[in-house]
Design a protein around this ligand. Structure first.
Ligand code: ZN
Length: 438
């Protein structure tokens, strides 16, 4: 059975979550100085040192701190398990919130604040579970690597990606990883269904630049860069990227339809998606490659036709579709508009039939009898993509048992981000059992 954590550990996971939220690590994505994770990393180092675990902190730029620690397992030949989180958060506009986003208030059994869901909650669950394990004197079956990364919210260039490039030795022998955006529950027709993230879409942040002939706004101009760009964006927006079901998506939707007393119809996924509740926000984006224009820049004066116009597009690709999507975008951009490659990560999928995934399901069903567990693909990306470059199979598994009425997926980067204390206790129990058994 999954055992309940000691009351002191239950208090601890709450305190660590709140303390981390109070350390403002907002990352606005502006580059090297966009966040300051160092105070959070120092706090984590102290938490680990308290139980005798030594950690190392690597700065990719001043203040951009990444922390790693290793707890030796009984069998050091087994592939190590990485428990990783990110220390940065997206910014919060305090005026939009009901509470101070960095005060970590505890109201009606919930912790409120930026990072309560993404992902200082999971950071705290990892740290508390590891501290409890070490304090018990029990050795885990295999090496555990605790990693707290900087910069996840801006693609990890100063965080996980940098660590994989500069300190791969810290992850030597690692085969498995768990982190954010999976393991949470959603309620389908009265049954709690836990979604374990086994795949992530690929992404590309690309630029489009149109060239034309500059001139006076009063004159006829058949080579207007703004129009070339607008036409290219319209072609891209109208293109049908085609629906396609990854095996994990199919398994999820068939399972959800079954719980809902219906049969999944691949031609009409809408009723099944509706049954998923707010988790549909994540799943809908995984049925096709998506392309969204996000930034437009052109011109500087009403009566001047500019010679160039540019846009940024956010491309999220299904597994196996990355390069064909780029080629298609080049074609849709047309002759007058060039496509510039930017930050790109290919999709990833970890084996859904691995023993680690089976154990996750077992533990969730033990901790929440009657619950169902399904795989799913994240339409976005996590630091698991960086670790995948080292051959590590990474999953989204931050277990949380959530009340049906909570719009959980809407809280990622959202306003009034909050997490129930009871969900943290649940996650602590499940993670504690996982690191003892895997
Ligand atoms: Zn996150």
């Amino acid at each position: 059975m999954v055992e309940s954590a000691r009351p002191s550990a239950q208090d601890e996971v709450v305190e660590i979550t709140r303390s981390l939220i109070r350390i403002d690590t907002s990352n606005d994505g502006s580059g090297a100085a966009s966040a300051n994770e160092a105070p959070a990393a120092a706090y984590v180092a102290q938490l680990l040192a308290e139980v005798g675990v030594e950690s190392r902190i690597y700065e990719s730029a001043p203040g951009r701190a990444n922390l790693v620690a290793r707890i030796p397992g009984r069998d050091r030949t087994l592939p190590a398990l990485i428990l990783h989180g990110h220390l940065d958060v997206v910014p919060a506009a305090a005026e939009d919130w009901s509470v101070d986003p960095f005060a970590a208030e505890l109201i009606d059994g919930m912790i409120w604040g930026r990072g309560a869901v993404d992902m200082k909650n999971m950071d705290a669950m990892i740290l508390t579970a590891v501290r409890e394990l070490v304090r018990s004197g029990e050795q885990p079956p295999r090496d555990l690597i605790v990693a707290m990364f900087a910069d996840e919210e801006a693609g990890g260039l100063f965080g996980a990606q940098w660590m994989v490039d500069n300190h791969p030795e810290e992850f030597e022998g690692a085969g498995w990883a768990i982190s954010e955006v999976g393991g949470f529950s959603t309620t389908v027709a009265g049954t709690r269904a836990y979604l374990v993230q086994t795949a992530e879409k690929g992404m590309a942040w690309l630029g489009l630049t149109a060239q034309g002939t500059a001139g006076h706004g009063s004159q006829t101009n058949s080579d207007n860069a703004v129009l070339h760009l607008a036409q290219a964006l319209a072609r891209i927006g109208e293109h049908d990227w085609g629906r396609s079901y990854h095996p994990s998506t199919l398994e999820l939707l068939e399972g959800v339809a079954r719980l809902n007393g219906t049969t999944f119809d691949p031609e009409d996924p809408a009723p099944t998606l509706a049954a998923l509740g707010d988790a549909a926000k994540f799943v809908t984006g995984t049925l096709a490659t998506t392309v969204n224009p996000t930034v437009l820049r052109a011109g500087y004066k009403d009566n001047v036709i500019p010679s160039t116009a540019s846009a940024r597009i956010d491309v999220r690709t299904l597994p196996g579709q990355h390069y064909e999507t780029i080629v298609k975008l080049q074609e849709l951009a047309g002759e007058k508009v060039s496509l510039e490659r930017g930050i790109e990560f290919e999709s990833m999928h970890a084996p859904a039939d691995a023993p680690l995934v089976a154990l996750m399901g077992e533990l969730l069903r033990e901790a929440d009898p009657g619950a169902e567990v399904f795989p799913y693909m994240l339409p976005a990306g996590t630091d698991n993509k960086a670790l995948a470059r080292l051959g590590v199979s990474g999953y989204g598994f931050a277990p949380l048992r959530l009340p049906e009425e909570l719009d959980f997926t809407g809280m990622f980067h959202g306003v009034d981000e909050r997490v129930p204390v009871s969900a943290l206790h649940f996650g602590l129990d499940v993670l504690g059992a996982l690191i003892r058994r895997f």
